[in-house]
Write a protein that binds this ligand. Structure first.
Ligand code: FAD
Length: 355
């Protein structure tokens, strides 16, 4: 599978040509490893330029259903999270099924923020997050596990920090994955020990005798007893800042939401035909975004709809609810599944029959 280089701006046609090169058999075989053939499509799916259905249909045309099923199942995880968000709304921002037992601290460990935990695979992943805004699913799970279940930080603190830095930051996939790892939206907390990191990480980063070089029972027992490694003790504010002025510096602003409205998650090719595209950006102080994310989004917009203007919606805007309601949203992969499904596997048992 050809890799997407540096997440450059791409329109739908270019993305569909790229999806043609995806081999779902290779994906299924290798996707768990950091060196595996994952698609790197998440930033483009999250910004709306290509939909889950377009990826699924393109892959299905070339491959038999059994060959493409694993990739479609992974796409369905995103659709599952969107369905939970549609059902629960802002309740996804609090623990859904149970309280986070060891979620006691409000600030991240300094060693996480500075990528200095001593676990090479995790430190490299954090540096990669800062540099590129993209992480492999395993890297996200490992970091979240370390933050919530080893260091005892409230999952929301980690979720906001990671969301900020990701160029594919998606409120549903992000918060619900953090909750899944922390055990507040799953049957139990997720743990990965050094052996697991060594198995799926890059071979040059393998280590022994780290604070994760323990059995799963030991990691779980430490977490239950709220015992954590000293390196994770000093904590600090994660330093997220409001970059709205940076976003605004790329566009002429308008004073009212008039024109063809879109958001940073609906940058579709349909905007190419419009004379009056207006990006509506809601200044949500809870869910800030980094300059990396802004650069990615601005590049997508400049490629697809270069004459876009910007309408900023502050949190205290008198018509906030009405404006947010009028905005387009992403197409669902399984639009008929509108009930609340408490687990992916309950969702998937219905979804699989609809493919
Ligand atoms: C703690 C944590 C935070 C996460 N935050 C986000 C986020 O903010 N935005 C985001 O898009 N994904 C998030 N994910 C899900 C997943 O890690 C990424 O979608 C995936 O790694 C993106 O890389 P890819 O496109 O190469 O994935 P591939 O493996 O190639 O998968 C193809 C597509 O399927 C979807 N997908 C695959 N796995 C998942 C999954 N587990 N959950 C949801 N969708 C999935 C994505 O749209 C992805 O682009 C998070 C996962 C964890 C554990």
């Amino acid at each position: 599978m050809t890799k997407i280089d540096n997440f450059q701006a791409k329109d739908q046609e270019e993305l569909l040509a790229y999806v043609e090169t995806i081999n779902p058999i290779l994906y299924e075989r290798s996707r768990n490893s950091l060196a595996g053939s994952v698609t790197h499509l998440s930033p483009y799916i999250t910004c709306g330029t290509i939909s889950l259905n377009q990826v699924k249909d393109t892959v299905r045309k070339k491959y038999k259903s059994a060959e493409s099923l694993k990739l479609i199942q992974e796409l369905a995880w995103r659709d599952f999270f969107q369905s939970v968000y549609a059902s629960l709304g802002r309740q996804i921002f609090v623990s859904i099924k149970r309280e986070q037992g060891f979620g006691v601290f409000d600030e991240l460990p300094k060693a996480i923020i500075e990528a200095n935990t001593g676990i090479k695979i995790i430190d490299n992943a954090i540096n990669k997050l800062y540099r590129t805004g993209y992480l492999h699913n395993h890297e996200r799970m490992w970091i979240a596990m370390l933050v919530c279940n080893i260091a005892g930080i409230k999952w929301q603190v980690g979720a906001k920090w990671m969301y900020y830095h990701l160029i594919d930051g998606d409120l549903a996939s992000n918060t619900l994955s953090w909750q899944w790892v922390a055990g507040t939206f799953s049957a139990k907390k997720y743990f990965a020990n050094q052996e697991n990191l060594n198995k799926y990480g890059l071979s040059q980063d393998r280590q022994k005798d780290t604070f994760l070089d323990k059995s799963y029972e030991e990691l779980d027992a430490d977490s239950e007893a709220k015992i954590f490694p000293g390196i994770l003790q000093p904590r600090m504010y994660s330093g997220l800042i409001d970059n709205t002025d940076y976003l605004a510096s790329f566009f002429e602003q308008v004073a009212a939401p008039v024109g063809t409205l879109f958001t940073i998650t609906t940058i579709t090719d349909s905007l190419k035909q419009k004379n009056d595209p207006v990006l509506v950006y809601y200044q949500d102080s809870d869910w800030l975004i980094s300059r990396n994310r802004i650069d990615f989004v601005v590049n997508q917009i400049k490629k697809i709809a270069p004459n876009t203007k910007l309408f900023l919606v502050p949190q205290n805007h008198p018509d906030l609810v009405q404006i947010l309601k009028s905005l387009p949203s992403q197409e669902r992969m399984f639009p008929s599944l509108t009930d609340y499904y408490p687990s992916f596997f309950k969702f998937w048992s219905r979804a699989e029959r609809l493919i």
